[in-house]
Design a protein around this ligand. Structure first.
Ligand code: ACO
Length: 431
């Protein structure tokens, strides 16, 4: 906290368990104000308190010094973070600093408050031995300067579930079944299926506690009220009756932009291809619904390829999801999978210093050895580009074509062979 100084402001780190009640409530209100939400209800505050306690969230804020005309409890800047595993591929996960609730009020914007809070938080994460940091963003141009790059992407799709929705004749019939269940009763199964998915899926993030009140319909985050009455849940059971997929969705009174009756998928996880297609069949079988909208479809979606009329799937948007920042180059690079033997000297430009320097990366048998070196770099890139590459969401050649990776054509080809490969990362967990 010593590095956190700003004229007229007092910085505090609030204890999420025993912190001053008025300041905690004020901090929560500060984020709601910063994100243009309504003032919070007591129920919303209680849900937030559960999350910050159980995820051991660090709550940083800046308050104006005592004044007759300024709130003593609502801060002008907020910044939260906590440590949680991210799946980095090849079955490995790394503890990662997850950053959220970044707000600075209009009275104090562009005076360097975000920069101060970010710089201190990343330095603390390095001191605590966290090799990665990650966040999801509101605008794409803010976080590159702090070494974050777009590491995973999602597609928003709108699926025509009228008679156009029909699988090809060669798609095998699913032998399992789908059952409707109340979201509160489904929660235990939902969280267990997600946890298996998390362990298997490159780019996936361990979920913070607030997914429980959200997905079990205990709290409506959009309406800020207790109980979410529109959400429904269905489980997919395999032939032995074991749940291996779920969908949580909303239907009542939903309309798409063209006024067509639509359902919205809130969360969908399937552990097998068969469960995935069967859950989509289930969604298509909901009567009085003409379109199903899902904001978190994978970029390579089997649904498109399984349909007799693939144009039933309309891609609406390509969205960024997880932004990653490498803090410890050897730990981070040695943990992820590699795809061809080779050696390069990476030169990383990192104004914050954590990843800066020359690093010898030597790959043999699918694993890398990464050591600092005085040798001249053969491949050069900035920290945010390394973050974008890290989970395999974009390949080396594309970033080189964008001018973000430089080196001789041979060195770039060697680095591409080593780095590119494996499944695309997939993260459906915002925070
Ligand atoms: C992880 C998350 O929580 S994402 C949500 C982010 N929050 C929001 O979108 C809420 C609304 N916006 C805000 O509250 C503020 O504008 C913030 C938090 C985005 C920026 O806070 P500020 O204190 O004004 O930023 P600060 O003055 O420290 O700026 C740091 C740098 O980022 C740049 N920057 C800040 N905001 C933006 C922006 N919206 N777009 C582009 N660049 C930006 C500044 O120019 C500055 O650049 P420099 O230091 O390299 O010269």
């Amino acid at each position: 906290m010593s590095a956190l100084e700003h004229p007229g402001l007092v910085f505090r780190s609030l204890d999420p368990v025993d912190g001053d009640e008025a300041l905690l409530k004020g901090w929560y209100e500060g984020t709601r104000r910063g994100f243009h939400q309504t003032r919070g209800s007591d129920d919303g505050l209680a849900v937030w308190r559960d999350h910050v306690r159980s995820d051991s969230v660090t709550l940083l804020g800046a308050w104006t010094e005592e004044s007759e005309f300024a709130s003593t409890t609502i801060p002008v800047a907020t910044f939260s973070s906590w440590a949680s595993p991210v799946n980095v591929g090849g079955g490995a996960s790394l503890p990662t600093l997850l950053i959220s609730d970044v707000t600075v009020s209009p009275t104090h914007r562009r005076q360097g408050l975000l920069r101060k809070l970010m710089t201190v938080s990343l330095a603390d994460a390095v001191a605590a031995g966290l090799p990665l940091a990650a966040l999801t963003v509101s605008e794409g141009s803010i976080y590159g300067r702090f070494g974050f790059g777009t590491a995973t992407q999602l597609r928003q799709i709108e699926v025509d579930v009228t008679s156009k929705f029909r699988y090809r004749a060669d798609v095998p019939a699913d032998d399992g079944s789908v059952t409707l269940i109340e979201p509160s009763d489904a929660w235990k199964t939902v969280s267990s299926i997600y946890s298996t998915f998390q362990g298997r899926t490159r780019g996936s993030v361990t979920r913070p506690q607030f997914y429980e009140p959200w997905l079990s319909s205990g709290y409506d985050f959009e309406g800020d009220s207790k109980g979410e009455s529109k959400q429904r849940a269905a489980l997919h059971l395999d032939t032995s009756g074991t749940p291996d997929g779920y969908v949580i969705y909303r239907t009542a009174d939903e309309r798409n932009d063209a006024g067509l009756r639509s359902a919205r998928v809130v969360d969908l996880v399937a552990l097998t291809a068969s469960a995935y297609l069967r859950l989509w069949r289930f969604l298509a079988d909901i009567d009085l619904v003409e379109r199903v909208i899902w904001r978190k479809a994978p970029l390579q979606d089997p649904l498109y390829w399984a349909l007799a009329e693939p144009f039933a799937v309309k891609s609406e948007e390509l969205d960024d999801m997880l932004w990653v920042r490498v803090l410890d180059v050897p730990v981070a690079l040695q943990a992820r999978p590699w795809y061809a033997a080779g050696e390069v000297v990476l030169g990383i430009d990192d104004p914050l210093g954590h990843a800066a320097g020359s690093w010898r990366v030597a790959v043999e048998g699918g694993t890398a050895e990464v050591t600092p070196t005085d040798a001249a770099p053969t491949v050069e890139l900035a920290a945010d580009t390394l973050g974008a590459l890290y989970l395999g969401g974009v390949d080396v050649r594309t970033l080189a074509a964008a001018g973000r990776i430089t080196g001789s054509p041979d060195a770039i080809e060697t680095w591409a062979g080593m780095t590119d490969g494996g499944p695309l990362p997939y993260c459906i967990t915002g925070f």
